[in-house]
Design a protein around this ligand. Structure first.
Ligand code: CAA
Length: 248
């Protein structure tokens, strides 16, 4: 690769708290960042905000729940910008409910957005990564994919599924210069966590030995490192970043 040519990084669900921090850090570290979004109105505002802050980030529309939509999105990036070198599977939602109250829609929405999305996006980038003998797939799972969490049968199942995916794909593509890793954030100060009822959230924070929520940038640093050339011997790994809440 030409030394002046920037590596292209696609971040899914980029306009959320974690996604934004990842895009900014990757940009600062010299990557050409492409931010995936689904909500055009939110995306427009987000792009402007990033520009004001000095981050020039390309944006691309795509529904990560939909295989064809991902195919179209990734083809569009390839045509306009280039082959995707780094894929960060970050898009995710919650539909928290005790299992006996969980609807089929709650289950499907979370499995589709948080796990099917990983197949839908990765499947369309992996062949180019193999061909060019370089690639990084970084899956954003959760502490609640490593352990259970009351009210999250759907979310825990999807996030745990990512671990199996990471381990197998890492084995399959290692000889092609492609690495596949998982990051499992704990409770980070994002809208998703702030949506948990205040009294419940306070109880959760009391279970975190470090006594606080994590910062979005504390996840972004590791994303950027795993995306770099320096991380080429790291594959099939899972990194817990949870303030000591779960140690395994
Ligand atoms: N263990 C056992 N029982 C529990 C429990 C727990 N941890 N939490 C609640 N219960 C029990 C309660 O004692 C109560 O029992 P009674 O009915 O006998 O009194 C019953 O379950 C109902 O509890 P809630 O009042 O909490 O029920 P709810 O329906 O109002 O709320 C819920 C359910 C929405 C799932 C709520 O408990 C909740 O928000 N929990 C936290 C879920 C959570 O941590 N989500 C993380 C979101 S952020 C994220 O996912 C990012 C990431 O990766 C970390």
């Amino acid at each position: 690769m030409d030394a002046n040519q920037k590596r292209v990084a696609l971040v899914t669900g980029a306009t959320g708290g974690l996604g934004t921090a990842m895009c900014q850090k990757l940009y600062e570290d010299g990557f050409r960042v492409v931010a995936n979004y689904r909500n055009a109105e939110k995306a427009e505002k987000w792009k402007e905000e990033q520009k004001v802050l000095g981050f020039e980030i390309d944006m691309v529309e795509g529904d990560v729940c939909n295989f064809e939509s991902c195919q179209k999105m990734i083809a569009e990036i390839k045509e306009k910008i280039g082959v995707i070198d780094i894929l960060v599977n970050n898009a995710g939602i919650t539909r928290d409910k005790p299992f006996h109250k969980m609807s089929k829609e709650d289950w499907d929405a979370v499995i589709s957005t948080n796990l099917d999305s990983v197949f839908n996006c990765t499947r369309h980038v992996i062949e180019d990564m193999r061909e060019q003998s370089f690639g990084r797939v970084i899956n954003i799972s959760s502490v609640n994919g490593q352990r259970g969490q009351y009210g999250q049968a759907n979310y825990s199942a999807a996030k745990a599924g990512m671990h199996g995916f990471t381990k197998t794909l890492a084995m399959e593509v290692a000889q092609k210069g492609v690495t596949v890793n998982t990051i499992s954030p704990g409770y980070i100060a994002t809208d998703m966590v702030m949506a948990v009822r205040e009294d419940i959230r306070q109880k959760i924070i009391q279970q975190i030995p470090l006594g606080r929520l994590g910062g979005t940038e504390e996840i972004a640093y590791l994303v950027s490192f795993l995306a770099s050339e320096k991380a080429s011997f790291i594959t099939g790994a899972n990194y817990a970043i949870n303030g000591g809440q779960h140690v395994s």
